[in-house]
Write a protein that binds this ligand. Structure first.
Ligand code: NAD
Length: 428
């Protein structure tokens, strides 16, 4: 049996494929296969009971040819250096495809944050900064929240950094809360970015958004605003959304004969993206098994929950009406699903293009912090629309020019941009 690749080996394999297609210089390719810098450190934290616990922390800076490294910090019990390396690598490509002047980074701590008190979490966040502050900064590396970390944690980290360097430096972390240096529009950013990509893809495919139906998996941050965007910005109909029910430990699909009303559903959804079944039923929603979303009669599929959801098995269930798949989540479609899309002429907007609205708005947050001047939500979303539209068309153009699938084209655009910056800087 073939050996299962871990996340970083997968990231390297993806890169190797594109490096070959692009006939990259072997020295440049070797440089890009590996992160430029890696930090691995121990963080002692005084616990509430007076004892001291040692935590393992990481930060990986994959490539900063195009600008300061950028990427989240995860607090997760299964964190490994290789996961952080993979995520840092993917951030380099995501920032490059979005054409924001940032490189790729990622960090983490091996911990289950749910086991810590608020005070312990704060001390752990400050401990991470005490270990890393010399190697992060608005012009160096700008971390953000990710799995297990929150906007409040970013404010504690920003505060610790500001104290250590002796001046208020909000641009060192993004994803901060509004009122604590955060940006307007961040909540909507990823889902609306998905919407802008869908709008451009529909123009290309000559689809009428007002006559289109979308089926969405997920009802968390990304899916909520993708659903609102699809209905309100594009004028389409959302056939269903699906979510995980933490009490029943299973997933459900919610649909409505008139199409789902995402603004109503938001009022009966908790902070984890779980919809209240009883209230939905009272409002006339039909509740089916969590797998039902994928076989709905729809023109557009938006997997915006988890990785690996559209795979060799589930892809066979999609309606023959589907023409477009917009990857809101990271890695929602497997290589087998990609093969099916290619065979059936289904257009795919790959994850690191489709969901790059989040990091683009994080970049806007950092820019506003640096200027100490803040934009309105309308300004943020307008700038986001411009960036997403440009990014989409750069990838589409590459896909048409090189006659390659959109995912390969997105890698080609991203890697070419990073390579160009490396060459201009005289690195190779
Ligand atoms: P979230 O935690 O807010 O929401 C996740 C949603 O998925 C919830 O509604 C949950 O109930 C649902 N879900 C979980 N398991 C499910 C299952 N088995 N079946 C159906 N639904 C299920 O997360 P999010 O921020 O919306 O992120 C979703 C995805 O998008 C992740 O892959 C994330 O990495 C990616 N992403 C998020 C952002 C962002 O800005 N939030 C940016 C880029 C990528």
């Amino acid at each position: 049996m073939a050996e299962q690749l871990n996340a970083f080996q997968m990231a390297q394999a993806q890169f190797d494929g594109v490096a070959k297609q692009l006939k990259l210089d072997p020295v440049i390719a070797e440089m890009l296969r590996w992160p430029m810098r890696e930090f691995s450190f121990r963080i002692p934290v005084r616990m509430d009971d007076g004892s001291t616990r040692i935590f393992q922390g990481y930060r990986v800076q994959h490539n900063d040819a195009r600008g300061p490294n950028k990427g989240g910090i995860r607090f997760h019990p299964n964190e490994t250096l290789d996961t952080v390396r993979a995520l840092a690598t993917w951030m380099t490509w995501k920032c490059a495809v979005a054409d924001i002047p940032l490189g790729g980074g990622k960090g983490g701590i091996i911990v289950d944050p749910a086991t810590l008190s608020v005070g312990e979490k704060e001390r752990l966040c400050r401990g991470w900064v005490q270990a890393m502050w010399r190697n992060i900064g608005p012009r160096l590396d700008v971390p953000a929240p990710d799995v297990g970390t929150t906007p409040q944690m970013m404010d504690w980290m920003m505060d610790e950094y500001s104290k250590l360097v002796g001046q208020y430096t909000p641009g060192v972390f993004t994803g901060k809360p509004l009122g604590g240096g955060g940006s307007e529009g961040r909540t909507e950013a990823t889902g609306f970015g998905v919407t802008y990509c869908i709008r451009e893809a529909m123009k290309h495919l000559k689809m009428d958004p007002s006559k289109s139906v979308a089926a969405i998996q997920g009802f968390g941050n990304v899916a909520q605003y993708a659903a609102i965007g699809f209905k309100e910005i594009l004028g389409g109909k959302v056939a269903c959304v699906a979510c995980w029910d933490r009490e029943d430990k299973t997933s459900y699909t919610f649909s409505h004969k008139d199409g789902v009303d995402p603004r109503f559903l938001l009022t009966i959804t908790d902070q984890y993206g779980t919809i209240d079944k009883k209230k939905a039923k009272e409002a006339g929603y039909v509740i089916e098994d969590g797998s039902a979303w994928i076989s709905k009669e729809a023109d557009v599929l938006i997997p915006a929950a988890l990785e690996g959801q559209v795979n060799g098995e589930t892809v066979k269930k999609i309606s023959s009406r589907v023409r477009l798949v917009a990857e809101g989540a990271n890695g929602p479609c497997t290589p087998e699903a990609d093969e099916f899309f290619k065979k059936n002429n289904i257009f795919n907007i790959p994850d690191f293009l489709c969901n790059s609205g989040g990091v683009t708005t994080s970049y806007f947050e950092s820019v506003q912090n640096d200027m100490n001047f803040y934009w309105t939500k309308e300004e943020v979303l307008q700038r986001l629309d411009t960036k997403m539209t440009q990014a989409f068309h750069a990838v589409l153009e590459m896909s048409e020019k090189e006659k390659v699938y959109m995912r390969d084209a997105a890698y080609m655009v991203a890697i070419s941009r990073v390579v160009k910056a490396m060459q201009l800087r005289g690195w190779a």
